[in-house]
Design a protein around this ligand. Structure first.
Ligand code: HEM
Length: 421
């Protein structure tokens, strides 16, 4: 059970500041609780560190579960087309490049989602399931050969990376090339990934261009002679006779590799921390693994909430959230806060591997953009924690998790564990 620290006053809570997201978890959770209870749709100024060329009017933050669901399910009023993954407005070319369908509305979103859904068929996922289990077994086995390892780099990052690369047809020797680019795109504000002397926009753009060149290399071979991978399905896909444009293909590739890498890794890492801090829950899971695993996986996603926010922009004036919003206002959905909402979750700060009623929003608020990779992520988490329970059940976390500096991904860069306690 987390000891929540509610000492920050409403005036002291500043979600515009990057440092807010690096506060001790107890303080951060306490501040979000204060917002949920006293100012659940709060307004914040534009982040000063973002060096915006003009005043963009700040942004609203939605912290309650019910409000996050209501916004997610009303895309006509709360649009994704102005960018879902960034607080500042980005130039349209940037949105297209990085956002793909995540930053579109219907009818374009529906059309794009149908194409990718075809590439993520149950058949293709069934085929990859054995592979996920084997890889999880081998990675945890290799880690267990060392007394102490950085679990993130050796296991938590490797499993989703290798799986998404295999699904996309990326050769094994290019996997780390992909990981480095994906870290740059979502971890650019952290000096470990992009040095403070480097221009951040340039670094992100360069990483994206590298990924696109890789996709073009792979895609060229697949046109007309498809293999059983997602890239083949994408380059040969057509919806109503219309094929994907080169830029749609490029942005899909970026979205899938980045989304596939940067989220599951952090759910795994926070899951390791949670089981370490809750030995009774670890024991319970171990003794009823088959029965409790699906519940434990959902609880790990709720607990970790790897995606901090998605953004929407109002298309017209609305009072849906109980405050008056004009057209063009930015609204951030804080999934981690919704996942601690005391109106929905009993003992929200308790990590329980047998939580049955778990309507968490870790994969989104059940609107049209609900995570396309949720099934894949669940499989990866299930396979990984099965192996942890079987091969290193007594592991111990050494020191504190080294957290990512980001207001978008709730990440852990390094997590040292002793494999035999
Ligand atoms: C624990 C792991 C994961 C978490 C917590 C997560 C979370 C999310 C969230 C919060 C959204 C936005 C939902 C919304 O706006 O309503 C999303 C969208 C998306 N996710 Fe995931 N995700 C995970 C794993 C994956 C994986 C493995 C993939 C596969 C490659 C993936 C692919 C996507 C895609 C393509 C979208 C955009 C869907 C759309 O716009 O229609 N995700 N994810």
């Amino acid at each position: 059970m987390l000891n929540v620290d509610r000492s920050l006053t409403l005036e002291e809570i500043d979600l515009s500041s990057l440092d807010f997201w690096l506060l001790p978890l107890s303080v951060r959770e306490g501040a979000l609780e204060t917002l949920r209870k006293t100012n659940p749709v709060a307004h914040f100024d534009d982040p000063a560190w973002m060096l915006l060329s003009e005043d963009e009017g700040g942004f609203w933050v939605v912290t309650r579960h019910a409000d996050a669901m209501a916004v997610s399910r009303d895309p006509k009023v709360f649009s994704s087309a102005k960018g879902a993954v960034s607080i500042p407005d980005l130039p349209q070319e940037f949105i297209e490049f990085f956002g793909s369908m995540i930053s579109t509305d219907d009818p374009r979103h529906g059309r794009l989602r149908r194409v990718v859904s075809r590439a993520f068929t149950p058949k293709r996922l069934a085929h990859i399931e054995d592979r996920i289990e084997t890889l999880a077994h081998d990675l945890v086995g290799e880690a267990s050969n060392n007394k102490e390892v950085d679990f993130v780099s050796k296991v938590a990052a490797e499993l989703p990376l290798r799986i998404i690369c295999e699904m996309m047809g990326v050769p094994n020797e290019k996997a780390h090339f992909v990981l480095e680019r994906s870290n740059t795109i979502l971890g650019a504000l952290d000096p470990e990934y992009v040095s403070p002397e480097t221009d951040i926009d340039e670094a992100i753009l360069k990483a994206a261009i590298d990924l696109v060149s890789l996709m073009e290399e792979i895609g060229e071979d697949r046109i007309g002679s498809p293999l059983d991978d997602v890239t083949s399905a994408l380059v040969n896909a057509s919806v109503d006779g219309e094929v994907l444009s080169a830029s749609e293909l490029a942005s899909f590739f970026i979205l899938l590799v980045v989304a596939g890498n940067e989220t599951t890794r952090n759910a795994i890492s926070w899951g390791m921390v949670a089981l370490n801090e809750n030995p009774g829950q670890r024991q319970l899971l171990r003794s009823n693994l088959n029965e409790l695993l699906p519940f434990a996986v959902e609880e790990i996603v709720r607990w970790s909430s790897p995606v901090i926010f998605m953004r929407r922009t109002t298309t017209k004036p609305t009072t849906t959230l109980g405050v008056r919003l004009s057209e063009g206002e930015k609204v951030l959905l804080l999934y981690g806060s919704a996942n601690r909402d005391e109106d929905i979750f009993e003992d929200p700060y308790a990590f329980r591997v047998n939580r049955v009623d778990n309507r968490h929003l870790g994969f989104g608020g059940y609107g049209p953009h609900f995570c396309l990779g949720a099934h894949l992520a669940r499989r990866e988490l299930g396979a990984l924690f099965t192996e942890v329970m079987n091969q290193i059940p007594n592991y111990e976390v050494v020191g504190e998790p080294d957290r990512l500096r980001s207001n978008f991904i709730n990440g852990i860069k390094h997590l040292h564990i002793r494999t035999e306690a």
